[in-house]
Each structure stands twice: as structure tokens, then as C-alpha cells.
Write a protein of this length. Structure first.
Length: 471
């Protein structure tokens, strides 16, 4: 057993272990259930008590020293009940699910460098050599265009042939294309779920889920078995996609898309951020263009990744594997692996025009091309929009956007979290002490960390917070 220094442990270190016993694993499952997802307390706990069993046997007085714990976490840590953990361990053993704890030698080393890493990962499939091979995250729109599907297909296929491991969320649209194209190239892909490992999500990707496992890929999640796909899980999942990856490539996405959240995580984590350019008047080009206006790098092919990382991974990636150049048919790849496009069939037919369309008779190529033709009625309505002077329109637009963001977050956050959120401002930073109002500062701090993960708030200097206007 050796110790690996961790940058967030204030000079302390985490014990790194080889394969752990079932007895040891159950303590980790218990700890993972006791802490909130993305809890800021995991690293201080391990720095103080060494491992999950050490936390389990810690006294209330000792746990009181860990200021990052919120009230609900303290209550759950006080319940020394391993029965649920043993059920999960038993399920995993019989279902062929591996559990990688943060102290495991095979836990992705890159995740140790992010803020609030997952306590443990549930894994199915073949583990890639993610500590030596370049892992490249490729994310994008669920409602992808034909252009986006083609770009994601070609880039992922070539990345895999070159020797990279692709990482995505197995979501509808671009994510599915990424996994399928990698498998088609005979490469390694990692799918990070926003639900339990036992649930192929989305359901439309059940065939893709099986194909990833049969093709030597990997499926991982921090959520335990039987956990459903709740909305707040996906921003949490996105931090793992970017955390594992050396760089993130954003193919398509709207300005408020989850793929943009992943790119923001990547930037915050010090990873490379690339964007594939699109049409300037296309909704799906909003996220890539926003990144390109910042400091993201423009990417048009897999060679751009090689040019950026060839010195660091000179022995792992080989651009000559791309020769001879292979033309890949995106339609056949999508059909072969059962990738779902992320558009309702009814809308597909509407976008394609008056003629009746059936899935069997219309090639997927044509149906995908119909995705970016636009809704004629909506376009006509936009043209007939009443003229408003620019100054007034800009002011009203900013206020309306803030109101819309607040309403979105009302639906996303719990009742207590939203009360704390309401006390924040878009313009004036506030300290957690100012937001308590009957709650403990620890509870408020924990809520704010979760809200930051979800993209609702921003951390300002001095430990203060603002509402996030750019989420």
C-alpha cells in the first residue's frame, strides 16, 4: 500500500490501494451513500481518517472537525448501518460490476485533480489504460444536424484509429455517434452515465449500451445501482466526462446546452477545449461559437488533437494509422449501433415537408438533413416580430433572460436550495454567512457547491457567490 499526494488535501495524502476486498468495498459504498454527490467533504475526510473504514469508525467529535460536512451528511455518517451497502456490493458481484474507489490504483488519475471528485465509480466493461492513453471527450447536441453527425462521426473514428480513447455521455445525438464511430474503428470508448450502472439510459440506446460492452468499451457512473436519471445528475456527470479527458471537443450545442457545461468544466479543470465551427445562424452553432469567441481552439479534424498533444503522447498516438484515408458512412454507423437522433418522429416529418414520411422508406441520411431545414412557421413569426429600439430591446432582453433563468432554476433546485438562491444577486456578491437565515453556514456552503456544479451560481473572490448569468 502506498500513498499518493493529492493537491486538495492541504499537504496530506490519500492511501492508494490495489484490489480491495468485499469487506473493504462495503465501507466505500456506505461512504458514497452518506455523502452528497460532488461533496466538498470527501477529500478532507480521507486526509483526516485515511480511508472509508476510518471514516466509519470516526466519533462524532472527530467528524465535527470536518467543517466541509453539511448537516444532512453528518446525520447519515452517524448511521453506522452497512446493510444497504452490502446489498449493493452483492448486486455488483453478481452483475459483473466493478467498483473503483478513490483509493484504488485503477481509479482514473485525472479525476484526482478535479474539485470534488467522485468517491467511487461503478464500472462495466473493459477498463482502458486511461492513465497513459489520451482520453478525448467529444460532446454535442442531442438534436444534432446532419452536419454535426457527420463531423462527430469522422472526428471520433479518426481519434480512435490514431490511438485515443473517446469519452462521452451516451446521450441521444452526438454522444451516441461518438461511441458508435469509435466502436466502428475498433477503438476504446468510455460512456459516463447520469444514472445507475444497471440502467441503459436513454432507453433508445440499449443496443448501443450492449455494443459498447461487447466491443471492449467501458461504461462508468458515480451513481449506485437502481438510481434513476434525475435532471440534476447530468451536470454532475459532465464534470466526470471533462475530468477524465485530456481535452473536450464540442461539436454542436445551443447556448444553454449541457455540452457547454462540460466545456466550462474542462476549462475550469485546466483541460484543453476545442470547438467544431458551424453555421453562424444555426441554433446548434451557438455553443461552439461562444467557445471560439473565447480561448477555445478551432478543430476541423482529428489531426488537430495530434498536433496539440503529439509531444506528450508521442508513443501512444500515431497519425499514420489514418492512412489510407477511410470514408465513413454516418448513416450506416447510426443504424448499425442503434444511435437515436434526439428528435421526435413527428417533428422530423414536419421539418421534412408535406409528403408523408416513414422510417422504413426514408433513408436516415434524408431524415437527418431535414433536422437543420428549420420550422417555416417559426421563421415567419421571427420575421414579423415587432420592431423595438435597440437600447430598449437590449435592456428588456437582459431582464427577461434573468427572469427566465430564475424560473428554470426554481424547477431544478429543491425548496431550501432555491430559498438560498433567491437571496443571491446577479450583480452583488454575497458571502455564505449572509445567506444562512436560519440555516447553518455548513448547509448553505454545501448547497452553494451543488448550485455551482449545476451552473446556477458563480464563485467570486473572498468565498462569495453570484447568480450565474451565463449558464
Amino acid at each position: 500500500m502506498r500513498r499518493l499526494r493529492h493537491p486538495f488535501c492541504c499537504g496530506s495524502s490519500i492511501r492508494r490501494e490495489g484490489k480491495q476486498t468485499v469487506s473493504e468495498i462495503r465501507y466505500w459504498i456506505w461512504l458514497g451513500a452518506a455523502l452528497n454527490y460532488a461533496s466538498p467533504a470527501i477529500l478532507p475526510l480521507l486526509a483526516r481518517f485515511g480511508d472509508a473504514e476510518g471514516v466509519f469508525h470516526a466519533s462524532g467529535e472527530e467528524l465535527a472537525e470536518i467543517k466541509e460536512l453539511c448537516t444532512s451528511e453528518r446525520k447519515k455518517l452517524a448511521l453506522h448501518d452497512l446493510s444497504r451497502a452490502e446489498e449493493v456490493a452483492d448486486y455488483c458481484m453478481h452483475a459483473g460490476v466493478r467498483i473503483l474507489t478513490i483509493a484504488d490504483e485503477e481509479y482514473p488519475r485525472a479525476l484526482l485533480g478535479i474539485q470534488n471528485p467522485p468517491t467511487l465509480l461503478y464500472v462495466r466493461g473493459t477498463l482502458p489504460n486511461w492513465n497513459t492513453l489520451p482520453c478525448i471527450g467529444v460532446v454535442g447536441a442531442r438534436a444534432m444536424s446532419y452536419y454535426g453527425a457527420s463531423a462527430a462521426c469522422e472526428i471520433s473514428y479518426d481519434l480512435a484509429r490514431m490511438g485515443c480513447v473517446t469519452v462521452s455521455g451516451m446521450a441521444l445525438g452526438i454522444d451516441g455517434v461518438v461511441a458508435a464511430s469509435t466502436l466502428e474503428a475498433g477503438g476504446k470508448t468510455v460512456a459516463v452515465l447520469g444514472c445507475g450502472i444497471d440502467r441503459p439510459y436513454p432507453r433508445e440506446h440499449r443496443r448501443l449500451y450492449r455494443s459498447i460492452l461487447e466491443g471492449g468499451g467501458t461504461i462508468i457512473t458515480e451513481f449506485p445501482p437502481y438510481e434513476g436519471a434525475d435532471g440534476f445528475h447530468f451536470p454532475l456527470r459532465n464534470r466526470i466526462i471533462s475530468g477524465i479527458s485530456k481535452a473536450i471537443i464540442l461539436v454542436e450545442g445551443e447556448a444553454n446546452s449541457g455540452s457547454l457545461i462540460t466545456a466550462r468544466y474542462a476549462k475550469k479543470q485546466g483541460k484543453g477545449v476545442f470547438a467544431v465551427p458551424g453555421k453562424i445562424n444555426d441554433k446548434n452553432s451557438e455553443a461552439p461559437l461562444l467557445l471560439l469567441k473565447g480561448d477555445a481552439k478551432l478543430l476541423t479534424c482529428a489531426d488537430d488533437i495530434y498536433d496539440t498533444y503529439k509531444e506528450e503522447y508521442f508513443s501512444s498516438i500515431n497519425p499514420f494509422n489514418l492512412l489510407p484515408k477511410t470514408s465513413l458512412n454516418v448513416e450506416s454507423v447510426i443504424r448499425k449501433y442503434g444511435v437515436a437522433t434526439g428528435r421526435e418522429k413527428a417533428k422530423e416529418k414536419k421539418l421534412l415537408g408535406k409528403a408523408p414520411v416513414t422510417e422504413e422508406k426514408t433513408p436516415l441520411f434524408q431524415r437527418l438533413r431535414g433536422f437543420f431545414t428549420g420550422d417555416a412557421k417559426a421563421q415567419k413569426a421571427e420575421k414579423q416580430e415587432e420592431y423595438i429600439p435597440p437600447e430598449s430591446k437590449a435592456s428588456d432582453s437582459a431582464d427577461a433572460r434573468r427572469l427566465a433563468l430564475d424560473e428554470e432554476r426554481r424547477a431544478l433546485l429543491g425548496k431550501e436550495e432555491y430559498k438560498v438562491y433567491e437571496r443571491l444577486s446577479y450583480d452583488q456578491p454575497k458571502h455564505p454567512d449572509e445567506l444562512a437565515d436560519g440555516l447553518s453556514v455548513g448547509d448553505v456552503a454545501s448547497m452553494l457547491v451543488m448550485m455551482e456544479v449545476l451552473g446556477c451560481v458563480l464563485l467570486a473572490p473572498g468565498g462569495c457567490y453570484l447568480k450565474n448569468e451565463n449558464s
